[in-house]
Design a protein around this ligand. Structure first.
Ligand SMILES: Cc1cc2nc3c(=O)[nH]c(=O)nc-3n(C[C@H](O)[C@H](O)[C@H](O)COP(=O)(O)OP(=O)(O)OC[C@H]3O[C@@H](n4cnc5c(N)ncnc54)[C@H](O)[C@@H]3O)c2cc1C
Length: 277
């Protein structure tokens, strides 16, 4: 199918983009890489009157590295991160995660901000940025605000974005001694995850953080698993499995036996990879 007719505008500043979205009163949407939105429009699952193209806004292309954090503008593509063309606060984790998203043609256009704003329940950036304790920078009619990645993503295709707000970028703390692991299970190469776990720890730089996606709802921090990793430098496979199942019982009570097995496997492998690095 082809999309319904729509108007297209390319504002020159963030303020203009917000003004256009505000004036449209819910009948306009921002577009970045278009790798998800254009498909939804083509299927007529999303019907809008106007696309507000934010992909060339200079503010959304910024990279700032103040040595404590790296700020990555919303329109930075998965491929740019995969190729290591910007400073990396994650000791290689983000490049690895980017490389597993879809196919190179999609990674060339799809953006980190678009992925966060869409909040697909199986997308790769939400668990990665939650595990990295990142914050999302948001601008809207009432000014600018920051939100932790784990609070920004609220449900399947649901975020804390208010009408006419746009994502400016994400800010990720730099850790000197980070160890990480990640594991993604999908039915074929380039597909969305059935389950994906990310684990990050850095001695003396905050507690370990384990996050999971592919949960039918949204990416979540696993609090009991993170605590278990903090309390145990050596893993007991049986204890770890029990702790993962405790977290899953609370966070994904609707998971079927296949999903449960995938989640236990991805979380265990992510932690094991980090601990063996
Ligand atoms: C075949 C296929 C396989 C894929 N596989 C994966 C996968 O394995 N893992 C994965 O994570 N993703 C996957 N994707 C999704 C891909 O990563 C998309 O690029 C990404 O989800 C959206 O980024 P985008 O820049 O293209 O956003 P767009 O399609 O432009 O927009 C997506 C949504 O975000 C909103 N939006 C965009 N930018 C902003 C902004 N700055 N502020 C506020 N709202 C904004 C739009 O209004 C829209 O609602 C796949 C896509 C396809 C087509």
């Amino acid at each position: 199918m082809k999309s319904a007719a729509f108007q297209y505008s390319r504002p020159g500043t963030v303020a203009e983009a917000i003004a256009l979205l505000s004036a449209a009163g819910g009948s306009a949407m921002p577009i970045s890489g278009g790798q998800s939105l254009l498909i939804l429009m083509g299927l007529r699952l999303t019907m809008i009157d106007m696309l507000v193209d934010v992909s060339r806004l200079p503010e959304l292309r910024e990279i700032r590295d103040d040595r404590r954090h790296v700020f990555i503008g919303a329109t930075i593509t998965h491929a740019t991160i995969e190729d290591g063309k910007i400073p990396d606060p994650s000791s290689g984790l983000m490049s690895r995660v980017a490389s597993k998203i879809a196919y190179r043609a999609i990674r060339n256009l799809g953006t980190i901000g678009g992925s966060m704003a869409l909040a697909d329940p199986s997308a790769d950036w939400p668990p990665c940025l939650i595990a990295l304790d990142a914050e999302v920078s948001i601008a809207g009619p009432d000014g600018q605000r920051w939100e932790k990645a784990e609070d920004f993503v609220r449900g399947a295709y649901e975020t804390s974005l208010l009408p006419a707000e746009i994502v400016l970028g994400v800010r990720i703390p730099r850790r000197k001694s980070a160890r990480w692991g990640t594991c993604k299970v999908s039915r074929k190469s380039g597909a969305f995850a059935d389950s994906m776990a990310v684990f990050v720890e850095a001695s003396g730089e905050g507690p370990p953080r384990a996050a999971l996606t592919g949960t039918t709802s949204h990416a979540r921090l696993l609090p009991r698993v993170s605590q278990y990793a903090q309390d145990h430098s050596f893993l007991d496979v049986g204890d770890l499995r029990a702790v993962i199942i405790d977290d899953l019982a609370e966070l994904v009570p609707d998971a079927d036996p296949y999903q449960l097995r995938c989640h236990v496997a991805t979380v265990s492998r992510a932690i094991t990879e980090a601990r063996s690095s």
